[in-house]
Write a protein that binds this ligand. Structure first.
Ligand code: PEP
Ligand code: MN
Length: 646
């Protein structure tokens, strides 16, 4: 039932309404909804609504149209965001996609530790694993029980990931309470009401799987049991339902995601592993779930699925999981979300925004960041990706508004796009840098391209000795190539040339780095091997330059040494003037990542050069080059130094 209170109701009257409801056995939740204060009241007793409607301060009383009240959007308009683990914890719900990963079952201390480290490295924010396994056959592996849970707790702690594990009885719930961060109610137990009541009463977050034959309403009523018992933190998990189809283990009910999100305020995640049951179909189903609006996923990953004691055939190899995470990261902005990531290497106690990753949730007071564009615009999404969802933000009009806000101190930094993979440079922003000499670039954010390792259909990864590809692609796949130090790298003019040479030579010891589209007639040995994500749009973070020198890097952007710089200059109209500038850089081994010329406004046939360069790690070289460039170039503008985006 919903009790809508009059605007400006006195504290006394509100308390009287609460007492009235409490005395009649109702659980009460206060919410603000569309400017109204409402009390959502859930209870077993029926009362005369007219009597309640006569109490002072009560504007209107309505019985909810749904049998589940606490789980319903009617009593709670805002999305619930569930926090799991020790504060700040991992959040599920809102604009983030939170991915839970781990094996079906905890099999040994080593297995869970190894899996935890692998999935964390790929960006999973929570660890899953069954210690008690409800198996269809009594002869199948039943789990390691409390011992397994101890191993899982250790693995979670070592990797900074809260854990979630299935609870199968009310007695075990009490025993497991202090070891797990979140309880999972398995599909088979969705309507085990005594279990729901006990688990709900323990106050811990609960992941509630949908029963294999449960309707959405039955599922939400089970959530209601948990909420009515006391917990506020319930995450719903669609894991496939039983249909007449036998090809897949279950049938993933994709439409349940938008339906449930309309009916309930609770976060909804998807378990593609149990839904599909076939390893090679899991990632597609996972991406479909993200596209349909899921708040997260729980995915089975095993370092050696062939030897897994349960659900090996549906468990992803860690490499497949890595690829899936990259795809989710690329897909997330399309549905207006960000993939929540645990920064890969974060020293304890440091607060660091690694462009391309989310800030830890307790990043502390991040000062306002200016941006121009609509809410949920790509610029805002970039801002969120860099500074975290909780960052204070200042929405201004136009890119010059961003520069103004940073200059006058109303924002400590700003985010603006400078390059788009389809449209090229955003010249307006380059021009603004020239108009605002006190503003500098202090960071950047990029997204990714997908590279594959492609070979003759008869080749296996073990048979490969030589890799052909464009040197730029070698650089983008450095992390992968470094894992195979024995491979010989043979540069090609392009990735297409590299792939064509494989067809021509028919050698099984040669592979090419190229895109999927170039793999026709060839075999893709590995997909998504690039170290760096695809660049749809490149954003830069701008800050106020101080003392005419380099811009100070805000602590929230990390204190890693800058390795990239952006410059703008023009040259005199005489032979070799541009060459002299470029030679200055080339002589010192400085790599140019961008060189673009653009007409100077008001000076026909004169050009400015936009240049991005790498900063060599050796001290002093870069400063010398800059000093020398100033003497050789005209209108030299130093836009800033920063860490290149991963
Ligand atoms: C599990 O997640 O390990 C599991 C057994 O899932 P479900 O209850 O959905 O079958
Ligand atoms: Mn399983």
């Amino acid at each position: 039932m919903i009790v809508v209170l009059t605007k400006g109701i006195s504290t006394h009257d509100k308390e009287m309404v609460r007492i009235y409801l409490r005395d009649r056995g109702f659980n009460i939740r206060e919410q603000s909804f569309g400017g109204d204060t409402i009390l959502g009241a859930a209870g077993k007793t029926t009362i005369d609504l007219r009597e309640l409607g006569l109490l002072p301060g009560v504007e209107r009383v309505a019985s909810t149209s749904k049998p589940y009240e606490l789980a319903s959007r009617e009593t709670h308009g805002e999305d619930t965001i569930v926090t799991v683990g020790a504060l700040p914890g991992v959040k599920i719900g809102g604009s983030r996609i939170s991915v839970i990963a781990g094996p079906c079952a905890v099999e040994s201390k080593e297995q869970i530790r190894e899996t935890a480290a692998r999935v964390r490295e790929s960006g999973a924010v929570m660890l899953r694993g069954g210690a008690y396994k409800p198996r269809t056959s009594p002869y199948a592996f039943q789990g390691l029980g409390m011992e397994g849970l101890e191993y899982m707790k250790l693995a979670g702690e070592e990797n900074g990931m809260p854990i979630v594990t299935e609870v199968v009885s009310p007695e075990l719930a009490v025993q497991m309470k202090d070891l797990t961060d979140m309880f999972q109610i398995g599909a088979r137990n969705m309507q085990n009401f005594e279990l729901l009541k006990k688990v709900g009463s323990l106050g811990k977050p609960v992941l509630l799987k949908r029963g294999p034959s449960a309707t959405i309403e039955e599922w939400l009523l089970s959530a209601e049991y948990l909420l009515a018992a006391g917990t506020k933190d319930v995450v719903l998990c669609e894991r496939g339902i039983r249909t007449f189809e036998t090809y897949t283990r279950n049938t993933l009910d994709i439409s349940a995601i938008p339906v449930v999100k309309g009916l309930s305020h609770l976060p909804v995640i998807v378990d593609p592993s149990h839904a599909v049951g076939i390893r090679d179909k899991v990632s597609q189903a996972a991406l479909a779930a993200v596209a349909a609006g899921a708040d997260g996923l729980t995915v089975e990953v095993h370092p050696r699925p062939d030897t897994a004691l349960s659900d090996g055939p549906q468990s992803l190899y860690p490499e497949q999981f890595e690829k899936l995470m990259r795809d989710i990261e690329a897909l997330a902005p399309v549905v207006g979300k960000e993939l929540l990531r645990t920064p890969r290497t974060l020293a304890p106690g440091t607060v660091q925004a690694v462009p391309g990753t989310a800030l830890p949730r307790n990043a502390g007071a991040v000062p306002p960041i200016a941006y121009s564009g609509e809410n949920s615009s790509y610029t805002e999404q970039a801002l969120t990706r860099i500074f975290g969802e909780d960052a204070e933000r200042l929405q201004v009009s136009g890119f010059s508004g961003v520069f103004d806000a940073v200059l006058d101190g109303s924002a400590s930094a700003g985010v603006v796009p400078v390059e788009n993979s389809l449209a090229g440079s955003v010249h307006e922003n380059y021009d603004l840098f020239l108009r605002y000499p006190d503003i500098a670039i202090v960071g950047e954010l990029k997204l990714r391209v997908v590279h594959c390792l492609i070979a003759d259909p008869r080749a296996e990864i073990e048979s490969i000795q030589v890799i052909r590809g464009h040197p730029q692609d070698f650089a983008q796949c450095k992390g992968f190539l470094d894992k195979h130090p024995g491979w010989i790298l043979e540069p090609s003019n392009s990735s297409a040339d590299a792939a064509a040479s494989i067809v021509r030579d028919g050698a099984i010891r040669v592979a090419a780095i190229a895109g999927e589209a170039q793999a026709q007639g060839l075999k893709i040995l590995r997909e998504g091997i690039e170290t760096n994500p695809l660049n749809y749009t490149r954003f830069v973070i701008i800050s106020r330059r101080e003392n005419g020198g380099r811009a100070p890097i805000p602590p929230s952007l990390g204190s890693d040494k800058p390795n990239k710089a952006s410059l703008v200059f023009s040259v005199s109209d005489e032979p070799g003037s541009l060459f002299a500038c470029l030679k200055t850089m080339s002589d010192r081994g400085i790599n140019l990542s961008k060189l673009e010329s653009r007409p100077i406004q008001g000076k026909p046939w004169e050009y400015l050069f936009y240049v991005d360069v790498s900063i060599p790690p050796e001290e002093g070289i870069f400063d010398q080059v800059i000093e020398e460039l100033k003497t050789k170039a005209r209108d030299f503008h130093f836009l800033g130094t920063y860490r290149a985006s991963l």
